[in-house]
Design a protein around this ligand. Structure first.
Ligand SMILES: [Zn+2]
Ligand SMILES: [Zn+2]
Ligand SMILES: [Zn+2]
Ligand SMILES: [Zn+2]
Ligand SMILES: [Zn+2]
Ligand SMILES: [Zn+2]
Length: 353
């Protein structure tokens, strides 16, 4: 499977697991507030992944156990991820939700996808050709159609700015996570989820939000393990393989999975508009899968650490004592090389076009 297709499968699986969380949470926590819910889901994700890590240590687990570790140099980016994704995003969302009608805010919350793509292209040096942009456009149009409901579209400017600000914070979070995506995804997401979970928990406590009963709490933690733990690990792999712009397009299909699951789970019905949304998203995904990008390009010299095999990009020698089992991970230098092959905007492809 090519990295492009593998990234698509991982991104879509992450979206499916994440999409589940909305209808299941509705069932589980009808009386909970968004902040308490976010906190429990993050904590469930973080604690679950800590459990997986313990299992991995006990049993030894091949390549995934040899991923590059997070180091001291990664701390600023990690703090940025937790601040944007775990503090700014939830707080701004909360302010917005209080000032806007439900319909308005759910429509506006779809801005996370387009913001992630714009930041990736304008700030983080990713490239999305015409075909890729068209594909992403289809998926984003689908999310807008899906979010559209009859109802009051009203609210004030501060409310609109707050929700847009929350989406921008999550877009920064996605792009910073992409910068870290060559490191062990399990450790990366565990740190992010635990950090964000604790921050939102403190915020919920400070603002005096009610907590649910113990058995509901347990259910929320389990749901969090699937939708904020495993899902985000799959998403981190997708970010590594595809870059943030393409990952955002695949991940934006999540609400459609939520709408589908709500049919048997909550007895909701799909409207004709939902089917249109599904069709737009499917068209976008197919277009993105068919997108091809390849040309003569130069890999700049680069020194960093990640899991690798000794392919054309890795002709380095090893210091004595290095475990030669492939894939393995150690700090290494990429010498500049110019050649032609298909590629997407992963961390090894930030050339100008
Ligand atoms: Zn290129
Ligand atoms: Zn590299
Ligand atoms: Zn390398
Ligand atoms: Zn190359
Ligand atoms: Zn090596
Ligand atoms: Zn290349």
């Amino acid at each position: 499977m090519s990295p492009r297709v593998k990234g698509a499968v991982l991104g879509l699986s992450a979206a499916a697991l994440f999409g589940l969380s909305a209808p299941v949470a509705k069932l589980l926590l009808p009386s909970s507030t968004p902040l308490v819910l976010a906190s429990l889901l993050y904590l469930g994700g973080g604690l679950g992944l800590a459990g997986l890590e313990a299992l991995r240590r006990l049993r030894g687990s091949g390549a995934s156990g040899r991923e590059a570790r997070l180091g001291r140099k990664d701390v600023p980016l990690l703090l940025g991820v937790i601040l944007c994704g775990g503090v700014l995003g939830p707080v701004l969302m909360l302010v917005g939700l209080q000032r806007l009608s439900g319909v308005t805010s759910s429509l506006l919350l779809n801005l996370e996808g387009p913001f992630t793509i714009l930041l990736a292209l304008l700030v983080f040096g990713e490239h999305l050709g015409r075909a890729g942009a068209l594909a992403a456009g289809f998926v984003m149009a689908g999310t807008a159609v899906l979010g559209f409901q009859e109802g009051e579209l009203h609210g004030d400017v501060l409310g609109v700015l707050s929700i847009a600000g929350a989406c921008l914070a999550w877009a920064v979070d996605n792009n910073l996570t992409q910068r870290l995506s060559l490191k062990d995804p399990l450790a990366l997401v565990r740190t992010k989820a635990l950090g964000s979970g604790v921050c939102t928990l403190v915020l919920a406590w400070l603002t005096g939000q009610p907590f649910p009963a113990a058995q509901v709490l347990g259910g929320a933690l389990v749901l969090g393990f699937a939708s904020y733990g495993l899902s985000i690990v799959l998403d981190a792999y997708a970010l590594r393989l595809l870059g943030a712009a393409r990952e955002a397009a695949y991940f934006a299909t999540a609400p459609f999975v939520g709408a589908l699951v709500a049919v048997p789970l909550l007895g909701e019905r799909l409207r004709p508009l939902d089917l249109l949304a599904g069709a737009l998203m499917a068209a976008g995904v197919v277009l993105l899968l068919r997108e091809r990008h390849g040309h003569m390009h130069t890999h700049a010299a680069l020194e960093h650490e990640h899991l690798h095999v000794h392919d054309a990009h890795h002709p380095h020698a090893h210091p004595p004592g290095t475990d030669p089992t492939e894939p393995h991970s150690h700090p290494h230098r990429h010498e500049p090389v110019t050649h032609e092959h298909p590629h997407v905007s992963d961390l090894h492809h930030r050339h100008k076009h």
